[in-house]
Design a protein. Structure first.
Length: 439
C-alpha cells in the first residue's frame, strides 16, 4: 500500500511532463543549429538582429553612448535605431546572453525561450476549453510550431516574441470573460494589461494584434462593463508600451519616415486561397505540392499565412457543434472570424491579385475620397489606383480610413495568428466530442 501514493505521484508528474517532452522533442528535431555559439538558423533579417545586439553592446559597454542613434547608418544624416522593427527591449534582453556566449548565442537563446513561452501560454489557454491532455498538447504544438510563426526564427524575432505572449493575453481575457462578478478585479486588469504592454514593447504591431484579441469576449465586448474593462486594460498596456511607442514615434519624425501607402496595405494582405492550405514550405512533399497547386501568388509574407486543411476541417466541425448545441462557446467563432477577416486586409485578393467587381465602383470611389480627405498621406492620389477602383472592400479598409494609425499595421496577414488560435480552439471542440478511434 505504501507504493500507491508513489505511483500516483509518478502519474501526476508524467502528466505534467508529457506536453513538455513533446514540445522539446519537436523543437530538437526542428532546430538545425549545430553550434549555437557560432551559427544562426538563417541569414537575411537575422543579421539585422545581430547588428542590433552588437550595436547596443558597443554603445552601452564600450563607447558609453546612447544606442538609440547611430551616426554611421545612412551617413551623414545618421539613423534613430528605435525605428527598427526590433525594439530596444529585445536588444536589451539579449545583452546578458551576449556577454555569456556572443551575439549568435544571444540570438539563438532568445528564439528558443520565446518558443517555450508560447507553448506554456498555449497550455494555459487551451486547458480552459479542453480536458484532454493529448488534445491540449496537440493544440499547443499546432500554434507554437505553426510555420507562419516558425519562419520568424530566421529573423522576425519581434513578431516571434509578441506572438509568444499572445496566448497568455487571450488566457487572461478568457479568465476575465468567465468572471461572475460585476467588475473585474484590479489584479486581472493589471495582469492582462501588463501582458499586452509586453507585447507592444516587443513589437508596435501588438497594439493592433492585442486589439483584435478582444474578439475573445464575443458579444460581451459590446456591453458597458466590458468596454470599461477594455479601456482600463488598454490604459495599463499603453503605459507599459509607451517607452517603445514614444521612441518609435520620435525617431520616425526625426528621420522623416513616410507613411505606408494604400497599395502597400494591399500587397501585404493574405489571399483568400492562401489561408486554408498546407504550408507552402511543408516538409511533406505531397502536401507542399498541394499547397502550390492551390495558391500561385507571391511567396512573401502575404502568401504564407497557411493555416492547414486539417485545421479548417476540424474547426468547421467544431463551429457546427458550437452553433448547434454549445452556444456558450460562440465567442470562439467570433475570435477565429475576426482574425481571418483582418488577415485578408483592405481588399479581397486571390493569388495575390485584387478580385474586381465593377458594380462596387461607386462604393470604392466614396471610400477612397473619404480616405484621401482623412488620411492624405496614405490615400495620397485624388483618384484611386486601378486595384482600388473595383475591389471588394473588407473591414480593414474601413478601419484604415477611420481609425487613427490602423494603416501603420502594414502586414495584415499577421492577423492570421489571431484566427489560428480561434481555429485551434474550435478544432479542439470537434476533437473532444469525437470517438477516440477517430481522434
Amino acid at each position: 500500500m505504501a507504493g500507491v501514493p508513489y505511483i500516483g505521484m509518478v502519474r501526476r508528474l508524467s502528466l505534467i511532463l508529457f506536453p513538455w517532452i513533446m514540445c522539446v522533442g519537436l523543437l530538437t528535431w526542428a532546430w538545425r543549429v549545430r553550434n549555437p555559439f557560432t551559427e544562426l538558423p538563417a541569414s537575411g533579417d537575422a543579421l539585422e538582429v545581430i547588428w542590433g545586439i552588437e550595436w547596443y553592446h558597443d554603445a552601452l559597454f564600450v563607447s558609453h553612448t546612447s544606442p538609440l542613434f547611430s551616426p554611421l547608418v545612412f551617413h551623414p544624416n545618421g539613423w534613430h535605431t528605435a525605428t527598427l522593427a526590433h525594439t530596444p527591449l529585445l536588444f536589451l534582453l539579449a545583452q546578458p546572453f551576449r556577454l555569456v556566449g556572443g551575439s549568435a548565442f544571444a540570438y539563438n537563446v532568445l528564439a528558443i525561450v520565446s518558443i517555450l513561452i508560447a507553448f506554456w501560454g498555449c497550455l494555459r489557454l487551451f486547458r480552459l476549453f479542453n480536458s484532454s491532455l493529448s488534445i491540449v498538447t496537440l493544440s499547443a504544438i499546432a500554434f507554437t510550431f505553426l510555420d507562419f510563426r516558425w519562419f520568424r526564427v530566421g529573423g522576425h524575432q519581434h513578431i516571434l516574441w509578441a506572438s509568444s505572449f499572445f496566448p497568455w493575453f487571450l488566457w487572461r481575457l478568457e479568465v476575465m470573460r468567465r468572471a461572475q462578478t460585476q467588475v473585474a478585479s484590479r489584479s486581472d486588469v493589471i495582469a492582462a494589461g501588463l501582458i499586452w504592454g509586453a507585447m507592444i514593447s516587443f513589437s508596435p504591431y501588438s497594439v493592433f494584434l492585442g486589439a483584435a484579441a478582444f474578439a475573445m469576449w464575443g458579444r460581451q465586448l459590446f456591453t458597458c462593463r466590458r468596454i470599461r474593462e477594455a479601456g482600463a486594460l488598454a490604459a495599463v498596456a499603453l503605459v507599459v508600451g509607451a517607452p517603445t511607442l514614444i521612441l518609435f514615434a520620435t525617431g520616425s519624425r526625426a528621420d522623416q519616415m513616410s507613411n505606408f501607402s494604400a497599395p502597400e496595405l494591399v500587397s501585404w494582405s493574405a489571399s483568400l486561397n492562401s489561408v486554408a492550405i498546407p504550408s507552402l514550405f511543408h516538409p511533406i512533399s505531397p502536401l507542399r505540392r498541394l499547397a502550390a497547386a492551390v495558391y500561385k501568388g507571391p511567396m512573401d509574407e502575404s502568401g504564407i499565412a497557411n493555416l492547414g486543411v486539417t485545421t479548417f476541417v476540424l474547426a468547421l466541425a467544431g463551429m457546427w457543434r458550437v452553433v448547434r448545441s454549445q452556444r456558450e462557446q460562440s465567442h470562439l467563432v467570433f475570435l477565429a472570424g475576426t482574425g481571418l477577416v483582418l488577415a485578408l486586409g483592405v481588399l479581397l485578393r486571390w493569388n495575390g491579385s485584387v478580385v474586381p467587381v465593377p458594380f462596387l465602383k461607386p462604393l470604392d470611389g466614396l471610400l477612397w475620397k473619404t480616405g484621401h480627405f482623412l488620411k492624405p498621406n496614405v490615400f495620397s492620389s485624388t483618384d484611386p489606383p486601378a486595384e482600388f477602383k473595383t475591389g471588394i472592400p473588407l473591414p480593414s479598409y474601413f478601419l484604415s480610413v477611420f481609425v487613427p494609425f490602423w494603416d501603420a499595421g502594414r502586414v495584415a496577414s499577421r492577423y492570421a495568428l489571431t484566427g489560428m488560435i480561434g481555429l485551434i480552439l474550435l478544432a479542439g471542440v470537434a476533437l473532444q466530442h469525437m470517438p477516440k478511434a477517430y481522434q
